[in-house]
Design a protein around this ligand. Structure first.
Ligand code: ATP
Length: 454
């Protein structure tokens, strides 16, 4: 038995004890050995497309996780049918080499479905992304993904692109951030090279546009984007868009665009809970090319509890811990991790406590101003004398501190992302039209500023 067969056997043993007998017998039992190792992947031949898709969707991430654990270094599996193998074996294409970080169409090869950790906060978004990737243009077009900073929108969107390319390398996928599109359009205006612009954006099968809110106010770009959107949409080309807010709440984006975004399917990604964050840390650890593959549970929980609202920060903390402990040759204990993270935690504690006090202060200044109790400001009563101050307090916290809507929701009796978002947008609109409301908000702001100067 070669090394890869041995590795596969270990994984199979683990899968046998993890999954029920039926799943194991149907899916894994026929897959006795590996086929080859190439392009950073161990290949396993599967009898048909159905089994392949089932494994890719449901078990691939677990398999890769076990593989990395048993191999003591990152390694990935690929399940292929016989018919796929022939063309693939003759194809020595750089696009297939995952050691290259970028693939055609500006795609980051490391953002895949199998390393996207799924939990309650992103389950629906993930399922829909898989469906869209399986049948581009047919299931939900456009797919509109929104959520707060650092929660995985780009990862999921590029996961769609990578999956589509994995199925068919000839598909033309194009990933662009909205500011990149604005820049390309500005260049087009300067040089009048319409053919280049069209070649880049029209001769494609899948368009992925990240952070569409950046296009707010860029009217001419929006008009061009509108034409492109319609052109691709009419041909059933898949479009995926991400944003920090729902389409209906986008500022300074023309309604004919936002209404088109709403024609397809909108999904959101929320802040992950503790268990989910710990799982993310475990999976990031397995994919790190360091010698550490196991971290004590209390240490993982410590890191996951310290970084709550942004997965990018959570990832950064893990990297810092690994680097610090490895270079100083220290064991991964809570004390050592605390030491490693101290500079980050210190600034965070400072700004958190400062901010928490400030959030409280905004809430009490608003409740004082309107002569209601703090309890009623935060509570569930639906009378207008409570609702307006509540919305104003949410709006002021968002505009001053720009923390996730969900976090603001937690400060107001666990209200959800969309409730807070709607409240903030409502106040933002109303102060433009209602001068007495604007005066009230300005007065409250002055009181807050006066307090901060004390
Ligand atoms: N569910 C997840 N599983 C694994 N990694 C994740 C997950 N969600 C986010 N990440 C990681 O967190 C980091 C930030 O994610 P990403 O850039 O996709 O966030 P975003 O929502 O697009 O942020 P922004 O609003 O700043 O554009 C990336 O490294 C990504 O791989």
């Amino acid at each position: 038995m070669n090394t890869y067969d041995l590795l596969w056997q270990k994984i199979l043993n683990e899968l046998e004890s993890t999954f029920n007998e039926e799943t194991y017998t149907d899916v894994f039992e026929p897959l006795k050995s590996t086929h080859k190792y190439a392009n950073d992947h161990v290949y396993v031949l599967v009898p048909n497309e159905f089994i392949k898709n089932r494994i890719n969707r449901l078990y691939l991430s677990k398999i890769n996780e076990l593989a990395t654990k048993f191999n003591n270094a990152p390694i990935r599996f690929k399940f292929v049918t016989e018919s796929e193998l022939l063309p693939e074996e003759t194809l020595v294409s750089p696009e297939r080499n995952l050691s290259l970080k970028y693939r055609p169409g500006n795609l980051n090869a490391t953002y895949t479905f199998d390393n996207f950790v799924v939990g309650k906060s992103n389950m629906f978004a993930f399922r829909m992304a898989m469906k869209v990737a399986d049948q581009p243009g047919a299931v939900a077009n456009p797919l509109y993904i929104f959520g707060d900073v650092g929660l995985g929108k780009t990862h999921l969107m590029q996961g769609i692109g990578n999956y589509i390319l994995d199925q068919d390398i000839n598909q033309k996928v194009m990933y662009v951030k909205a500011d990149g599109f604005i820049e390309d359009f500005a260049n087009l205006l300067k040089r009048e090279k319409m053919e280049d612009f069209n070649a880049k954006y029209r001769e494609i099968d899948v368009l992925l546009v990240d952070d569409i809110q950046i296009m707010g106010g860029a009217t001419r770009t929006q008009m061009e984007f509108f034409k492109l959107f319609d052109y691709l949409y009419q041909q059933n080309k898949q479009i995926v868009i991400t944003s920090d807010k729902p389409a209906s709440e986008l500022k300074n984006i023309m309604t004919r665009l936002t209404s088109r975004f709403e024609v397809g399917l909108t999904v959101d990604i929320q802040v992950p809970d503790l268990e989910h964050r710990i799982e993310i840390l475990k999976r990031k650890l397995a994919s790190e090319s360091s010698d550490v593959h196991d971290i004590p549970a209390d240490v993982l929980e410590f890191i996951a509890s310290s970084f709550v609202t942004n997965i990018r920060e959570l990832e950064g903390a893990l990297k810092r811990v690994l680097f610090y402990c490895l270079t100083n040759n220290l064991d991964l204990t809570i004390e050592c991790v605390n030491e490693a993270l101290e500079p980050l935690l210190k600034t965070k504690r400072k700004s958190d406590s400062l901010n928490e006090n400030n959030y409280d202060r905004i809430q009490s200044i608003v409740s004082d101003f309107y002569g209601i109790s703090l309890e009623d400001l935060i509570g569930k009563k639906r009378h207008s004398k409570y609702i307006l101050p509540r919305h104003i307090a949410m709006y002021l916290i968002k505009t001053r501190y720009n923390i996730p809507y969900k976090t603001i929701g937690n400060l107001f009796g666990d209200r959800d992302h969309s409730t807070v978002l709607a409240a903030c947008e409502k106040i933002d609109n109303e102060i433009k039209q209602d001068s007495s409301l604007k005066l009230a908000v300005d007065t409250i702001v002055k009181k807050i500023d006066a307090f901060n100067k004390k």
